[in-house]
Design a protein around this ligand. Structure first.
Ligand code: ATP
Ligand code: SF4
Ligand code: MG
Length: 401
């Protein structure tokens, strides 16, 4: 799954970390050439207004669900996004696929800011960026057959599959995701959880997209099925040269599938880099705390590792702390942290040293701290431990991965 490319860290050396919201859409746009990021996200924000009053509503504040997110996504790579519940991951995902309109910022697809497109121009671009949802139980219409569900996008984009060819196309997609093409007339309730997620993935592939935004695609599934679906995504990425934004709160799964990882806290990415940089050389205290809670199977390693317990609750996105937004829970916080917002950039102490700690981290006092054993020792359920869906169903499938 790892794209063979010198991807640099984060958004490209950290310059984008300092992007101001107001400047984001004014940046000069260079023409897209191969090797450039397929997606560039700059200063992305979504603020939901908080209102008071029944007849005359007036705004008294805002929920800053996403509050200035920057990242790049390259063709054929997987960017994992992790963070605690409520940090804004799904809101980012929804903005990428135009289910939500950003309050500020830019989403550049092949160099063009698509965040403000509408009408035909938007329709043409939307085709290329598709979403796979978290919950295969609720995201599929129970009254539609699998064939209608997977083929529904062709109603909006008939140019991809003219009417006469649709049935065959849907059956090909069922085959691609490891389901029996003969199940085309069955209904979602006849499938197990893992199989339903395969149907969701087939639907996501229907329009031949270049980018798939997968929002917690395996977290609603039984652990034994998760590895199968992750392996399927892995295979599809290689087969169709897809780029993935893979959102999850399970750090082990994210490492398994990602080339790079961005860690979100309270509406912002606080650290971003290659999977080895983030997992083996984290420099942001929040990343270190998250990693210190990742399960470790080896009892000796488990005994000797330091567990970092974060105190206090995550602040409300309607009332974000001044300076560093993590300061109310950070054991290293000092006066500067209250006064000055740390930018997402390579910290000064690592800027001129050749070390994996040289990646973007939004901390005034960033320092390297290894908290997990090397890759391979993390608890990742492999295919060998996942013999089947583990769920009884009339329609068994999953025969391809
Ligand atoms: N329509 C909305 N109106 C007001 N606030 C919202 C709305 N949608 C989301 N929020 C708030 O924005 C914040 C981010 O929500 P979001 O769903 O993006 O988080 P998340 O990281 O995906 O969480 P989870 O891991 O639980 O899925 C949360 O505090 C949420 O309550
Ligand atoms: S800037 Fe300060 S409060 Fe924020 S993570 Fe770094 S040390 Fe902690
Ligand atoms: Mg979510």
């Amino acid at each position: 799954m790892h794209a063979d490319r010198d991807k640099g860290a984060g958004t490209g050396g950290g310059a984008a970390g300092s992007t101001l919201l107001s400047q984001a859409s004014e940046d000069a746009v260079a023409p897209y050439t191969e090797g450039d990021p397929i997606l560039q996200v700059r200063g992305l924000a979504k603020h939901y207004p908080l209102t008071q009053g029944i007849l005359f509503k007036r705004q008294i504040g805002a929920v800053r669900a996403v509050d200035g997110v920057d990242f790049d996504l390259y063709a054929g790579e997987t960017l994992g996004i992790v963070g605690e519940s409520g940090c804004g991951k799904s809101t980012v995902a929804k903005m990428l696929v135009h289910l939500e309109r950003p309050t500020a910022g830019a989403i550049r697809y092949k160099g063009e800011d698509i965040s403000k497109l509408s009408g035909r121009a938007l329709k043409a671009v939307r085709r290329n960026i598709q979403m796979v949802f978290q919950d295969p139980y609720t995201s599929l219409n129970p009254r539609m057959t699998v064939g209608d569900i997977i083929g529904e996008p062709y109603e909006i984009h008939p140019e991809v599959a003219p009417k006469g060819s649709r049935r065959q196309k849907v059956q090909d997609l069922l085959d691609v995701v490891g389901l029996n093409p003969e199940y085309i007339n069955r209904y979602p309730h006849q499938f197990s959880g893992g199989q339903r997620q395969r149907i969701g993935i087939a639907r996501g592939l229907a329009l031949n997209p270049e980018i798939i935004v997968a929002d917690e695609p395996v977290s609603a599934l039984d652990v034994s099925v998760q590895a199968q679906v992750v392996n399927l995504l892995d295979r599809l990425q290689a087969e169709f040269n897809l780029s993935f934004v893979f959102i999850a709160h399970d750090l082990s799964i994210v490492r398994h599938i990602s080339d790079r990882v961005g860690v979100m806290y309270l509406g912002r990415i606080v650290e971003i880099g290659s999977d080895a940089e983030i997992y083996d050389h984290p420099t942001h205290p929040y990343t270190q705390a998250l990693l210190s809670a990742v399960p470790v199977p080896d009892p000796t390693a488990r005994e000797h590792r330091e567990r970092i317990i974060l105190h206090g609750d995550v602040p409300s996105p309607a009332n974000i702390p001044s300076g560093c937004r993590f300061r109310t829970r950070c054991w290293k916080a000092q006066e500067r942290c209250e006064l000055e917002v740390p930018l997402l950039a390579v910290p000064a102490e690592f800027r001129h040293v050749d070390t994996p700690a040289r990646h973007d981290s939004a901390c005034h006092f960033a320092e390297e701290k290894r908290v997990v054993p090397p890759e391979g020792e993390l608890e990742i359920p492999g295919p060998a431990e996942a013999p089947g869906d583990g769920e009884t169903s009339e329609a068994e499938g999953d025969e391809r991965s």
